[in-house]
Every structure is written in structure tokens, then in C-alpha cells.
Design a protein around this ligand. Structure first.
Ligand code: FES
Length: 104
């Protein structure tokens, strides 16, 4: 089982795109918490970050899709604004062991 990386490698309150074993993931660290979602917007099923860079707000609480500005809560992936209101990002369960992040 390969690691996604060490939690310390992920900047706080910023999203990082990671391709892991053929899956496109979005990883966001907020304090000691780590959130991982499939990098696929429920609106068009395409990635949230075609322009690159972070899609997280400065406080890390919201993710905004770069395509049509849908906004998602970081903590549960729920769309709270934009064209796919009420839909969800798909959460990816991870295990953190000695700082290393593994898919569950
Ligand atoms: S593809 Fe994300 S808002 Fe349209």
C-alpha cells in the first residue's frame, strides 16, 4: 500500500491535487484534520481545478470549483452554492499512520 504523502507535506487551508493509483484526488489539510475528496465536481463530473492552484478559501472552510463556481463545505463536501446545490463531493476515506496518509 503506497502513501499519498506525509500530512506535513500538505499546506494548511489549501487544496492539493494528487493523482494516486489513477485516481484524481483533492487533499486539504486544516489543522490536524485532513479531508480527501475525489477531484470530480458533481456538476459536470470534471475536476474542480482545471486552472491549477488551490480551490480552498483562505480559512479552508469552502472549496470553490474553478469551472462554474460551485461552493462546497470542506467538512462534508456538500454543495452550498452554485449549479449543483445540495449535491456532494465524493469523500475518500483515509488512514493516517505516523503522519503517512493511506487510502482506507
Ligand atoms: S463543473 Fe464545477 S461548478 Fe460546474
Amino acid at each position: 500500500m503506497s502513501s499519498l504523502g506525509n500530512i506535513t507535506e500538505f499546506p494548511e487551508n489549501a487544496s492539493c491535487s494528487v493523482n494516486h493509483d489513477g485516481r484524481d484526488l483533492l487533499v486539504v489539510r486544516r489543522g490536524d484534520a485532513l479531508f480527501v475528496y475525489e477531484n470530480r465536481c458533481p456538476h459536470t463530473r470534471e475536476s474542480l481545478d482545471p486552472m491549477g492552484g488551490s480551490v480552498a478559501s483562505d480559512d479552508g472552510l469552502l472549496l470553490t470549483c474553478q469551472r462554474h463556481a460551485a461552493q462546497f463545505r470542506l467538512d462534508n463536501g456538500e454543495c452550498v452554492g452554485g449549479p449543483c446545490l445540495g449535491e456532494q463531493l465524493e469523500a475518500v476515506a483515509v488512514i493516517i499512520s505516523q503522519g503517512e496518509i493511506y487510502l482506507d
